[in-house]
Design a protein around this ligand. Structure first.
Ligand SMILES: Cc1ncc(COP(=O)(O)O)c(C=O)c1O
Length: 386
């Protein structure tokens, strides 16, 4: 009876196996959780203190729809400092998380009947966000060739058709760590520009790189007025997952449109946390560097230990804090993930959460202390090398 009163789209939502596994592990004793995309370090003090000062100063009121001028300006300066790009603050729209940035972008771009091409494996929530808009999704998978994830541009371009409104791409990628090269970004943008298709690029992991200071961005190769929205977040780089703050960079003409959507959605991003975000941008490089040092060590450890186990295959992730691996002879990743919860006490994320072609893989987030990671790997080894 009540079922019928909800929108049909909610009945049609596809399952979220990652979330199901989290529920499966809930309440079980002594579980090492490497299934979620976050580190175990709390937000650093300098960010919390800036936020507490803002709270004490009474920054507790509604603010501008697209974020405070100070934070938008600070983001503009961040792009100049870190990316060597001239992005005026009027092209930066602050949102209440990267997830919200994605929802607002999709709400501004797609309707029922439109098609979104998504490069997979991809974070399931982004596919869910598209499902809510009632647009359809066509998945184009990266190929796994010689232990590397690669994007076949011809395959991608062949999938684009007259219904395609948006190309959704995550670079660096959760879960594979695949990172588009500048040449690939340029080729994609040349192709979409010619056909009037939007590129919606999620660059939330853009700073989680183990060579250089940042991954190539679509903004490197874009013209100011390209049909391009780049989604980003404070969550991963500065240990701010619980803060719910992100941003979008778009062309000038997007400012009024995103403002309209944001106004009727959140009204504005939270006010006082934006002061913490400014501190993260202006003083957060050393913290990020220290985090990356640990994750670099952890990445090498995971790769080395999986290799030694002999029956595990994975690419060498150049970016992000994920290992996306496959165990020989184990094609049912849900069953394998459940077994690792039950027998190893380790919660990971099943590959089927990341797209049709990712079945059989499992994702491990290595952004924890090296001791905890080693303990988790010992436990995993005891199960998969039995
Ligand atoms: C690709 C991608 N985009 C966005 C997010 C979420 O960002 P936020 O915490 O700002 O919502 C995640 C979180 O795992 C992610 O993997």
């Amino acid at each position: 009876m009540t079922e019928r009163k909800f929108r049909p789209v909610l009945h049609a939502l596809t399952a979220n196996p990652g979330n199901e596994m989290m529920r499966y592990a809930q309440g079980k004793d002594d579980i090492i959780t490497l299934g979620q995309g976050e580190g175990d370090a709390p937000t650093p003090d300098f960010i919390c203190e800036a936020t507490m000062r803002a709270l004490k100063d009474g920054r507790t009121f509604y603010g501008p729809v697209l974020g405070s001028n100070e934070l938008r300006q600070s983001l503009s300066e961040y792009y100049e400092r870190i990316y060597n790009l001239d992005i005026p603050s009027s092209r930066v729209f602050v949102t209440a998380s990267g997830s919200t940035a994605m929802h607002l972008s999709l709400a501004a771009l797609v309707d029922k009947g439109d098609e979104v091409i998504a490069v997979t494996p991809i974070w399931k929530n982004l596919l869910g966000a598209v499902e809510l808009t009632q647009a359809t999704t066509k998945q184009v998978a990266l190929d796994y060739v010689d232990n590397e994830w690669v994007l076949d541009l011809d395959k991608l371009f062949a999938a684009i058709n007259e219904k395609t409104k948006v190309l959704l791409i995550v670079t660096p990628s959760n879960p594979t760590g695949w990172t588009a090269s500048r040449d690939e970004l340029r080729a994609i943008l040349d192709f979409t520009r010619e056909r009037g298709i939007w590129v919606l690029s999620d660059e939330v992991y853009g700073r989680l790189v183990y060579e250089g200071v940042r991954a190539p961005s679509f903004l490197d190769v874009a013209k100011d007025d390209d049909l391009l929205l780049v989604v980003n977040s404070f969550s991963k780089s500065w240990a701010m997952t619980g803060w719910r703050l992100g941003w979008i960079v778009g062309p000038h003409e997007a400012e009024a449109k995103i403002r309209d959507v944001a106004l009727y959605n959140k009204l504005c991003p939270p006010t006082f946390t934006q002061y913490g975000a400014i501190a993260a941008l202006e003083e957060g490089e050393e913290f990020l560097k220290q985090q990356l040092k640990l994750w670099h060590k952890n990445r090498d450890l995971v790769v080395k230990r999986f290799k030694k186990m002999g029956n595990v295959h994975m690419s060498y992730p150049k970016s992000t804090f994920y290992a996306f691996f496959k165990v020989d002879g184990q094609d049912d990743c849900i069953e394998m993930t459940k077994r690792l919860i039950d027998e190893a006490g380790v919660l990971l994320s099943p590959g089927s959460a990341f797209g049709e072609e990712a079945k059989g893989y499992i994702r491990l987030c290595f952004a924890v202390s090296t001791e905890r990671l080693n303990e988790a790997l010992d436990r995993i080894e005891a199960v998969i090398c039995k």
